[in-house]
Design a binder for this molecule. Structure first.
Ligand code: PLP
Length: 373
């Protein structure tokens, strides 16, 4: 058997008629920049999430920049975040000249551990940036309490978690500003780069709309230093079609995750944990194994692709050497980064495929243990 990690081609075939029609409609109008489809998608994103404002932008990375620019994050400000995430989370903080301040992760959810945040707050701290890793929001109750106490903003990096919930609220609505990404491999992906920011604050929304088009207030009048941060009309048309099917796709991801969990009961594996307050969008189904390299090689030989999100925590990345962190600073993130492995995950995995992956993964953990002895 040969397993497809994300089944993007399969998904295109599934929605091909609708997607082709939507894309051709844009081509016929040639309204490539800020066409009607952009506004349509934004309205539908608002309806789906319950956020008062959804503003599309050029990527999940630029969404984080827009959020921080709107909140006037400046050089020397500090933002507390997790070291166990994609580089964009902390890179954008540093790009604005601010300082990413890392806090170790929770052993079960792999999200930022709220009990370790307070000791990192200083006079310079302006915001907390939790990431909803693998699709699951962080503990937003605890983070919200800390933010209230110290008057900090919350920016949620929801690049992996569109459609997830915390206390039945969509994770696009749990921060002062939440972001997402429409990168093709994310749960709701376009055919290139795209993203969005969400907020209930009218002022922040207005500002982010302006920042997205070079800080302009009206044509060729620039109120702020902004960016070229628009999402293409074509990409909005694609996401709008996929959004119509997204509730169903999310439910299918949830089913796939449950089937994996049932099939993977083994002492050699640590399976994903979703807190009772949260639901996950299941961007990834990631398990912990010993001897990860060997397991990965064996699975590859069986036609099972896997990925590692992420092999090196951000505090140990060369680009952040200037922050002065060292090995051992965040022991949970460090051990998880050595053991974590993501299995093929998409809404369309068949029962046979799930069983095949599960059987070979369990076998691979046994073999790799024998190899090691
Ligand atoms: C993918 C991702 C981003 C960046 O999104 P892009 O659309 O690729 O720019 C940011 N943060 C996290 C946690 C991500 O997974």
């Amino acid at each position: 058997m040969k397993i497809d990690f994300a089944k993007l081609q399969y998904q295109y075939q599934l929605y091909k008629t609708e997607i082709d029609t939507a894309m051709h409609s844009v081509l016929d109008k040639s309204n490539y920049i800020m066409g009607d489809e952009v506004r349509d998608l934004e309205e539908n994103l608002q309806n789906f999430t319950g956020a008062k404002h959804a503003i599309t932008c050029s990527s999940g990375t630029d969404a984080l920049l827009l959020a921080m620019m709107a909140l006037e994050i400046k050089p020397d400000d500090e933002i507390i975040t997790t070291p166990f995430t994609f580089i964009a989370t902390a890179e954008t903080i540093a790009f604005l000249g601010a300082k990413p301040v890392f806090v170790d992760i929770d052993e079960k959810t792999y999200n930022i551990d709220p009990s370790k945040i307070e000791e990192k707050i200083t006079k310079k701290t302006k915001a907390i940036m939790p990431v909803s890793l693998y699709g699951q929001p962080a503990d937003m109750d605890a983070i919200g309490t800390i933010a209230d106490t110290y008057n900090l903003k919350i920016i949620v990096d929801g690049a992996q978690s569109f459609g997830s919930t915390f206390n039945n609220v969509k994770d696009s609505c749990v921060g002062d500003i939440s972001t997402t990404s429409f990168f093709p491999a994310k749960p709701l992906g376009c055919f290139g780069d795209g993203g969005a920011v969400f907020t209930d604050d009218d002022g922040l929304a207005k500002k982010m709309k302006s920042l997205r088009v070079h800080g302009q207030s009206k044509r060729y009048h620039h109120q702020y230093i902004g960016m070229g941060g628009r999402m293409d009309t074509l990409q909005c048309a694609v996401v709008d079609v996929k959004l119509r099917h997204y509730a169903k796709d999310l439910a299918l991801r949830q089913e796939v995750a449950q089937k994996y969990t049932k099939a993977l009961q083994s002492k050699e594996l640590i399976l994903p944990f979703v807190d009772k307050s949260a639901t996950s969008a299941w961007a990834q189904y990631s398990v912990r194994v010993k001897n990860r390299d060997k397991v990965q090689t064996r699975l590859k030989e069986q036609g099972i692709p896997t990925a590692v999100h992420y092999p090196m925590p951000l505090h140990l990345q060369e680009c952040f050497a200037y922050l002065g962190y060292k090995k051992g600073d965040f022991p949970v993130a460090e051990i998880v980064s050595k053991e974590i492995i993501s299995l093929p995950m998409n809404p369309y995995l068949s029962d046979d495929e799930i069983t095949y992956v599960a059987e070979h993964l369990i076998a691979a953990t046994h073999f790799s243990k024998i190899d090691n002895n």
